[in-house]
Design a protein around this ligand. Structure first.
Ligand SMILES: [Zn+2]
Length: 318
């Protein structure tokens, strides 16, 4: 009995010593890779695939608007000390180009998911839809960067991330492959739920505060009426506003979908004008403080989105 007691003490002591020696610089864990990410779905995929071997942290604080937030120079210094910074690109993160320039001379690997053109194309019936907003400065977005909202494109993103992690840490390749496969299954399952819930809907029009949901149009025949453009700060003209209000009346739309990370006065005005109820859709770009407290992750937030879509596409006479 006494020997057992000493063994435990000895084991604990060894753990503490091992812990201390590997924690001389950061106090996080003994993970092999420290990865910084921009939007939350990238962090989620890194954590799911990397498992114990990575710590992943988003540079976005909870609840910020991913298009407009600028990290501090202290944040950039932290990124420089990481193993990799994985971001989306395609004009999504306002700060990404500047940050990438500043970090180019550092040892941190810069990984731009959106450099893979195929993420934005393929998948069949991608007829370009009509609400392809131009921003005020006339800059035209070539690609809709919100690829993660499509579970099938999320699989492609995860595959890119898996390959990158394997390059950074080849020892754990086998583990990454198997973690990727189980994530892929979860995402296929999620896609199936979306297909099944939405296929029988007569009207699939939704009103959203910004045009983040274009991939649901392609995948699930949802039709978004977006008040703001691809970026949350592409505001509509008076003429566009009138057109949006007319459409909501014409199609008996009962709900306006607000987002988790932006308060939008224009959307509120429209809601008041047409007397619609509000629901909350989650663009997943950043989680809120309460999402994190509740332990909500990519899958559970997307399942909640599906409930919202189900409600928003049910018309009064159905
Ligand atoms: Zn957006």
């Amino acid at each position: 009995m006494k020997l057992y007691y000493y063994t435990i003490i000895l084991i604990l002591f060894t753990v503490i010593v091992a812990g201390c020696s590997s924690n001389t610089q950061d106090t996080e864990t003994s993970a092999e890779l420290k990865i910084y990410t921009s939007v939350y779905p990238i962090q989620f995929a890194v954590e799911q695939i990397g498992g114990e071997s990575v710590t992943a942290e988003s540079v976005y604080p909870p609840g910020v608007d991913a298009h407009t937030y600028e990290p501090s120079s202290k944040d950039i210094t932290s990124i420089a000390e990481g193993d990799a910074f994985i971001f989306l690109g395609a004009g999504l993160e306002g700060f990404a180009e500047t940050a990438a320039d500043a970090l180019a001379s550092q040892e941190v690997s810069l990984i731009e998911i959106g450099a893979n053109e195929s993420l934005f194309h393929d998948s069949g019936n991608s007829s370009e839809h009509s609400h392809d907003h131009k921003s005020e400065d006339g800059h035209h977005h070539d690609h809709n960067p919100h690829v993660w909202l499509d579970p099938i494109r999320m699989i492609d993103m995860a595959e890119i991330i898996k390959k990158q992690l394997s390059e950074l840490n080849p020892e754990d390749t086998e583990q990454y492959n198997s973690n990727f496969n189980s994530l892929k299954n979860d995402l296929l399952e999620l896609d199936k739920k979306f297909q099944e819930t939405l296929k029988s809907k007569v009207s699939k029009k939704i009103v959203v505060s910004h045009a983040a949901y274009g991939y649901w149009e392609q995948r699930y025949n949802i039709e978004q009426i977006a008040i703001n453009g691809l970026s949350s700060n592409d505001e509509p003209s008076q003429k566009e506003l009138t057109a949006i209000i007319d459409q909501t009346k014409e199609h008996d739309i009962d709900y306006i979908l607000f987002e988790q990370n932006s308060s939008d006065r224009i959307t509120e005005i429209i809601q008041e004008q047409i007397g619609a109820k509000s629901l909350r859709i989650h663009n997943l770009a950043t989680r809120t403080e309460s999402d994190i407290t509740r332990g909500d992750d990519y899958i559970s937030l997307m399942e909640k989105n599906l409930e919202v879509l189900d409600q928003a596409t049910t018309r009064r006479d159905e």
